[in-house]
Ligand binder design. Structure first.
Ligand code: KG4
Ligand code: ZN
Length: 414
């Protein structure tokens, strides 16, 4: 089966084509293409993702990204003149429909007519598209693009929950890059526990089978990634904050080895919110406020690199301590057989290392999967893969809608 995945939930425009073969439950995956066009530089100027700019960029990027993804997958053929007439004919007869599908994305429609309509329909079996959660204006561009392609090429669309994509990214063997884009689905057992940590979400998800999700805890306010971004802003480290804080914290770790007399003046302590609470919920907005008060009380901390590094390290330690402790407690209580992580914050090396160590020590009944660091951020490969596991949930084109607040425990109703 060949699946084309489309991802536009936030600030990455991404398209990927995968080919699956072998046993349905444990298929071999061939990654024919995996293109990600990031808008991060644009949004960095504003200190965060600006939804209407994300929508505009997706409109500009989707067609070139699709053309690249098809070309790399060796699936792009311009129609010969006779076929072209036929394609044109089929577009003309359906043009009113396609025009109305893309009426709110006029820039995309223009490019669609110019570059996509003349193509021969590629040999794919389905289109998997992220329908939520995410930024509504950004999601709609991808959803409408998928609907237009589905109409033009007569292919079904599989609606995909973005967070489910982050979960499935754990199942690809890290070796896929080396082996020419080939991967098999890694062995793992249910029940599985997945810690999802992204810019918009922080949740602990219990998975009892494919598509069977229960959210056992989630953040009551800011997501972990959001907390990294806001703390980094206060420390004037730029956007996105996660990698910037991680890099600063690494300096503190390095510098700790060369002890200095004045180190004491950079000693800082931040709270570990809800570490001891009995449930699996999180709260990071208090931690962000604690950073604000700390920097107000001791502005000199921001004047030296050592001071900044000390705050970054303590902040990262605080977030990671809470995430790891709650994940381990849940892994033990539910006697899970697998622990996974997903979302942008799962790129964080400290989180990865501490979680691995804690599982070995305190939850040895569970094995640990983690996505390859090239797949922790948003990408369409994980969407195509989630599409494969949801291949029986094809949606009627007209029912396909973006849902900014889509929850994992409602995935079955898609
Ligand atoms: O999953 P993602 O790419 O987008 C959403 O779906 O939200 O996650 C983006 C988030 C941002 O908040 C970013 O600061 C954070 O992931 N992030 C990190 C790291 N790399 C990205 N946070 C901590 N450490 C990192 N190395
Ligand atoms: Zn994401």
């Amino acid at each position: 089966m060949r699946i084309l995945g489309i991802e536009t939930s936030c600030d990455e425009t991404a398209i990927s084509v995968i080919e699956t073969s072998g046993p349905p439950a444990k298929p071999r995956i061939k990654i024919l293409s995996n293109i990600v066009s990031s808008q991060v530089k644009l949004h960095a100027k504003f200190g965060g993702v600006v939804p209407h700019l994300a929508k505009r960029e997706h409109q500009r990027n989707l067609v070139p990204v699709l053309l690249r993804a098809l070309k790399e997958a060796d699936l792009s053929q311009r129609a010969k003149s006779k076929e072209k007439r036929e394609m044109r004919g089929s577009y003309d007869s359906g043009s009113l429909i396609i025009d109305s599908i893309l009426e709110r994305e006029p820039e995309l429609l223009k490019r669609f007519k110019k570059h996509i309509v003349p193509l021969k329909p590629p040999k794919i079996d389905a289109i998997a598209a992220t329908v939520g959660p995410g930024l509504a204006p950004a999601l709609w561009v991808g959803v409408n693009f998928a609907r237009a392609l589905s109409f033009l090429w007569s292919k079904p669309v599989i609606p995909v929950n973005h967070l489910e994509g982050h979960i499935y990214a754990n199942l690809l063997s890290a070796k896929w890059e080396i082996a020419n884009g080939q991967s098999s689905i890694l062995n793992f057992s249910f029940p599985a526990l997945c810690l999802i940590v992204s810019g918009g979400h922080t949740e602990l998800v219990l998975m009892r089978g494919y598509g069977k999700y229960r959210i056992i805890g989630e953040t009551l306010d800011d997501a972990a990634g959001e907390a990294f971004d806001k703390a980094a802003k206060m420390m004037r480290l730029g956007f996105p904050g996660g990698p910037a804080i991680a890099a600063m914290a690494a300096e503190a770790i390095k510098k700790k080895k060369e002890k200095r007399k004045d180190d004491e003046k950079n000693e800082v302590a931040l709270p570990r919110p809800m570490l001891k609470s009995k449930n699996y919920d999180f709260s990071f907005s208090g931690l962000k406020t604690a950073v604000l008060y700390l920097l107000r009380a001791r502005p000199e901390l921001l004047k030296s690199r050592r001071g900044k590094a000390a705050v970054a390290k303590e902040f990262q330690d605080a977030v990671v301590d809470v995430l790891v402790a709650k994940t381990i407690r849940a892994a033990r209580q539910y006697r899970v057989k697998t622990v996974m992580i997903g979302g942008g914050v799962s790129a964080n090396q400290l989180l990865r290392e501490k979680l691995k160590k804690a599982i070995r020590k305190n939850a040895p009944h569970a094995s640990c999967l983690m996505p390859h660091t090239s797949l922790t951020g948003d990408n369409a490969l994980m969407i195509a893969l989630a599409g494969y596991f949801n291949r029986n949930k094809k949606s009627a084109r007209n029912n396909l809608r973006a849902d900014a607040n889509l929850r994992l425990d409602s995935t079955r109703k898609l």
